[in-house]
Design a protein around this ligand. Structure first.
Ligand code: PXP
Length: 245
């Protein structure tokens, strides 16, 4: 099981003052020292946290560390991906006003555009993942689009499955977990690598992490960075690594 640490919110803190600290490269270094398998960053169209230079400096400083770039299906960012060549790109839906990525990609409704942008990125030797809800039709469409991986959106599961969150509901959490497992099985049977992410915490990742036969990678950010305020980034990543493994 691989842990990709999403460090967007280190950049959020930096951009809050448009300053140079906290240093993103040092943050990535702490995550790697703590045993993270990869670093995940989202280069948003509005550049609210990660900046173009972050992508290239991370790639240069840690050439051997798995770098996963999240991006919208737009040509301008695809060009950056093709030039910098992260190890993987995860295509996500993006709306300007959202606080974070809401809902999965509609692959079925945009199959031509998503297939074409995925091909461009794959031709540069970069693996492509599509961030989708645990929905049978979307998984079938993802396979048709020729993607290498899917990342299942765990946001709904995340909201109802952590006892500390206001919408915690055990019955609902079990239902959402089942949806994720069924979706993961289907995606695997179609030859896709299955990753998962969004809203995962030290608590609610446990039932998913038991299914090592289904999930290859978890991408987790906000909860780790929040924990790091109290215990430091290295320890926060080590703790998540222990839970995930
Ligand atoms: N995976 C994807 C595709 C995302 O868009 C995000 C949020 O940027 C994450 C994982 C990480 O989510 P969180 O910060 O809630 O752990």
């Amino acid at each position: 099981m691989h842990l990709g640490v999403n460090i967007d919110h280190i950049a959020t803190l930096r951009q809050a003052r448009q300053d140079v600290y906290p240093d993103l490269l040092s943050a990535a270094g702490e995550c790697i020292k703590a045993g993270a398998d990869g670093i995940t960053i989202h280069l948003r169209e509005d550049r609210r946290h990660i900046q173009d230079s972050d992508v290239s400096t991370l790639r240069k400083k840690y050439p051997k560390t798995h770098l996963n770039l999240e991006m919208a299906a737009v040509d301008s960012i695809a060009k950056i991906a093709v030039r910098i060549k992260p190890d993987a790109v995860c295509i996500v839906p993006e709306k300007r006003q959202e606080l974070t990525t809401e809902g999965g990609l509609d692959v079925k409704g945009n199959i031509k555009k998503i297939t074409s942008i995925s091909r461009k990125i794959q031709r540069a030797g970069v693996k492509v993942s599509l961030f989708i809800d645990p929905d049978i039709e979307q998984i079938k469409a993802a396979a048709l689009a020729g993607t290498d991986m899917v990342e299942l959106h765990t946001g709904t599961y995340g909201e109802v499955s952590d006892p500390l969150r206001p919408h915690y509901n055990k019955a609902q959490a079990d239902k959402e977990l089942q949806k994720l497992l069924i979706a993961a099985k289907l995606a695997k049977s179609l030859g896709l690598q299955v990753n998962a992410g969004h809203g995962l915490t030290y608590q609610n990742v446990k039932p998913l992490a038991r299914h090592k036969e289904l999930f290859s990678e978890f991408n987790i950010g906000h909860n780790i960075i929040a924990r790091a305020i109290f215990v430091g980034l290295k320890q926060a990543v080590q703790e998540m690594n222990n839970v995930v493994r």
